[in-house]
Design a protein around this ligand. Sequence first.
Ligand SMILES: *[C@@H]1O[C@H](CO)[C@@H](O)[C@H](O)[C@H]1NC(C)=O
Ligand SMILES: *[C@@H]1O[C@H](CO)[C@@H](O)[C@H](O)[C@H]1NC(C)=O
Length: 194
Amino acid sequence: MARILPILILSILSYSLAITLASATDGVDDDSFVRAVDRKLLGLKKKEKLSHFRFYWHDIYSGRNPTAMPIIPASNASKTGFGGVSMIDDPLTQGPELTSKLLGRAQGFYAQASLQEVGLLMAMNFVFVTGKYNGSTISILGRNPVFNKVRELPVIGGSGLFRFARGYAQASTHKFTPGTGDATVEYNVYLLHY
Ligand SMILES: *[C@@H]1O[C@H](CO)[C@@H](O)[C@H](O)[C@H]1NC(C)=O
Ligand SMILES: *[C@@H]1O[C@H](CO)[C@@H](O)[C@H](O)[C@H]1NC(C)=O
């Protein structure tokens, strides 16, 4: 026993050394696809700015040109419509009227994710169509308890002019028609971006 023990310890040590060496070598290989980039090359030399965007989001179920459609029905065991999913391609306009200037669209889906109340999981991209913002997007992922006066949703990123963007959106219902489910919601988005 007295002789076996040092040999056992030695073999355990050399085994773990081999593993350490192997993972260290893997680490070197893994890093080869990453490189540091000068932020100036990506146009990020400017100071980050804070902007406030205000517009109206129109969820339209009624009429001949709906922009919101239920795609997964709610669980029949739920009183709050849990599990129901709607897909949207909603217009974003400058003013509360649908006829006011189109600024972009909200594309994505929302799902009823709360068993106790109406609390939606919102997953949508706002794609802008005007001026220099044309084609740039911001991504929103958050919780929306629609019967609260103001709901806050995180902006988790963006593309185009909104690369590296982050911030939050405050949503407040401007108009809701219970008969059809149509809603107009004011969005105030506070965004840090370059
Ligand atoms: C829900 O629907 C399933 C399948 O159609 C049915 O078996 C079940 O009894 C329903 N539950 C309730 C609470 O209505
Ligand atoms: C926005 O971009 C699209 C696609 O590149 C283009 O067809 C459209 O004319 C542009 N709109 C404006 C207002 O610049």
